[in-house]
Write a protein that binds this ligand. Structure first.
Ligand SMILES: [Zn+2]
Ligand SMILES: [Zn+2]
Length: 436
C-alpha cells in the first residue's frame, strides 16, 4: 500500500490542521467554512432540535450527513456547498447545543450506503403511519431503500391531525384557473397519499396543488399529502394527518423508537431498508479500547495491544516536550485501509494522518508508527491549549522538531532557529497564543 509512511507523511501532514470543511452561506455572515460535523450540528439545531432521544438524534445526524454528502456541490456555481434554508437543510449555527454537537461528532463521518454506494436519503416530520415511497412523490428519486414502510411508532405518539381551509378564489389564483368550486381526491398513491384530484374545473395533480398552494399560502398550511378534501360554499376544506412529504426517516417515529430503546442503526434500518450505516462502503465496525488517557478506535486487523501503549507513550512525551498538558485525552482512530480513511475524512489517500481537535485519524500504519503518533500528539496538545488557531508553519515545525521528523524541513528549520534564539518554552508559548 505505502512505500514508507514518511514519504506519505511528507505530503500528508501539511494538511494536518485542516478539517474536512464545507462552505455554507449564512444570511448574516455570508459564506463561512465549517467542519462537516459542525455543519451537521447546525442542521440538527434547525431540523431536529426538539428530539430528546440520543439514539434518534444520532440517526438524524447520520441522515443529515448522508443528505449533505449526496447534495454537496448543488451551489458550486455560487461558490459554496449549502445554503442555510430548507432548500438544502435548515441550518441554525446560533442554536447549537452540546447535546446536538455530541450527536454529530459521535457519528463522525458515518453515512448510509446501499450496495456499496452512497445512499440518497430524505426525512420527514411525521409520516402518518406509513412512509411514502420516494417514487410516489418524485418519480426520478425512486430507490429500493426509499420504499413505503409501515410505522406504528409515530402514530403511538398521536396522529398529528391538521385541517386547512383555502378560499375558492385563492385556490383558483394559486392554480392559475379562472375559477374552481369543488374538489375531491380521485386517486391515491400506494401509501394512501393524495395523487390525483378531481375538480369542477377538471383533474388536478396533487403535487402541483401542493407546490402552488405552498408557495402562495406558506408550507405549513397543507402539512402533508395524507388528506381528504371537501368543498363548502366558500372554500376547500382539507383534513389530514402527519407532516412533510413522508419519504424516508420519520422524525416523530424515530424519536419514539429511540425512547423504546432502539439504537441508531436499528432506527435507520427501519426507514431505509437494505442500507448500512458506516464510514465507508465496507461498513467497517469499530472496536474501541481505552488506555489510561487515550481512547483507541480500531478496525480490520490492527492490534490494540500494539497501538495503545505507543499512543499513550506518544501523548506523555508530547506533553513532556511541550510542557503543556492535554486537558482531555485524545481519540485515535485507525482506519483499515486508505480507501476507508479517504471516505471517512474526505482527505486524499496520500495523507497519512490528520488531527482534528483531539481526534487523530490515521491510515493503518506499519512503519514509523511511533514517530507519526508523536507528531500527531504534538498537534493534539497544541490544539487543546491554543487560544487561537496556531499558525500552520509553527505547528508543523514544532511537531516535526519535537518528533524528530523531516516531513516539513523548511518549517522545522525555521522553528529550530527560533528555539535557539528564544528557548523552547517561549516558542511553545507563542504557538498557543496564536501569534504569527
Ligand atoms: Zn440550497
Ligand atoms: Zn412515522
Amino acid at each position: 500500500m505505502v512505500a514508507t509512511i514518511r514519504t506519505l507523511a511528507l505530503m500528508a501532514l501539511a494538511l494536518t490542521a485542516a478539517a474536512q470543511t464545507v462552505r455554507v452561506r449564512l444570511a448574516k455572515e455570508g459564506v463561512v467554512s465549517a467542519a462537516m460535523e459542525e455543519y451537521v450540528a447546525w442542521v440538527l439545531a434547525g431540523e431536529a432540535g426538539g428530539m430528546k432521544s440520543a439514539e434518534a438524534l444520532k440517526a438524524m445526524a447520520i441522515t443529515v450527513r448522508s443528505y449533505a454528502r449526496v447534495n454537496r456541490g448543488r451551489h458550486a456555481g455560487q461558490g459554496f456547498d449549502y445554503c442555510e434554508t430548507t432548500h438544502c437543510q435548515d441550518a441554525r449555527a446560533g442554536a447549537v447545543t452540546e447535546r446536538l454537537r455530541a450527536a454529530a461528532w459521535e457519528t463522525e463521518g458515518v453515512t448510509l450506503w446501499y450496495q456499496g454506494r452512497p445512499a440518497m436519503v430524505f426525512y420527514t416530520g411525521h409520516c402518518g403511519g406509513r412512509t411514502a415511497a420516494a417514487g410516489e412523490i418524485w418519480p426520478n428519486a425512486a430507490r429500493p431503500y426509499l420504499r413505503s414502510v409501515e410505522d406504528t411508532y409515530c402514530v403511538s405518539a398521536g396522529r398529528n391531525m391538521w385541517s386547512a381551509k383555502v378560499a375558492w378564489d385563492e385556490l383558483a389564483a394559486a392554480l392559475g384557473l379562472p375559477e374552481i368550486h369543488g374538489l375531491e381526491v380521485a386517486r391515491r398513491t400506494a401509501s394512501g397519499r393524495a395523487w390525483k384530484l378531481q375538480s369542477d374545473a377538471g383533474p388536478i395533480d396533487a403535487e402541483r396543488l401542493h407546490l402552488r398552494v405552498g408557495r402562495v399560502k406558506g408550507w405549513n398550511l397543507l402539512r402533508s399529502r395524507n388528506y381528504d378534501v371537501r368543498g363548502s360554499e366558500t372554500q376547500a376544506i382539507f383534513e389530514g394527518s402527519g407532516t412533510g412529504h413522508g419519504v424516508g426517516l420519520c422524525q416523530i417515529g424515530a424519536e419514539q423508537r429511540g425512547k423504546a430503546g432502539q439504537k441508531a442503526a436499528e432506527i435507520l434500518a427501519a426507514y431505509f431498508p437494505g442500507t448500512r450505516a458506516g464510514v465507508s462502503a465496507q461498513e467497517i465496525p469499530w472496536r474501541k479500547g481505552s488506555g489510561e488517557r487515550v481512547e483507541l478506535w480500531l478496525s480490520g486487523t490492527a492490534n490494540e495491544q500494539q497501538v495503545l501503549p505507543l499512543a499513550e507513550h506518544a501523548l506523555a512525551l508530547a506533553e513532556q516536550k511541550t510542557g503543556l498538558r492535554a486537558p482531555k485525552g485524545p481519540v485515535v482512530k485507525m482506519y483499515p485501509s486508505v480507501g476507508v480513511f479517504r471516505d471517512a475524512t474526505g482527505e486524499k489517500g496520500t495523507v497519512a494522518a490528520i488531527t482534528r481537535g483531539r481526534v487523530v485519524h490515521m491510515q493503518p500504519v506499519v512503519a514509523g508508527l511511533e514517530q507519526t503518533l508523536l507528531h500527531e500528539m504534538v498537534h493534539v496538545v497544541l490544539a487543546l491549549n491554543a487560544k487561537r488557531p496556531v499558525p500552520l508553519w509553527l505547528e508543523e515545525g514544532l511537531a516535526d522538531q519535537l518528533s524528530g521528523g523531516r516531513t516539513h524541513p523548511a518549517e522545522r528549520a525555521r522553528v529550530e532557529k527560533l528555539i535557539q534564539a528564544q528557548g523552547l518554552a517561549a516558542v511553545v508559548a507563542r504557538a498557543v497564543s496564536g501569534r504569527e
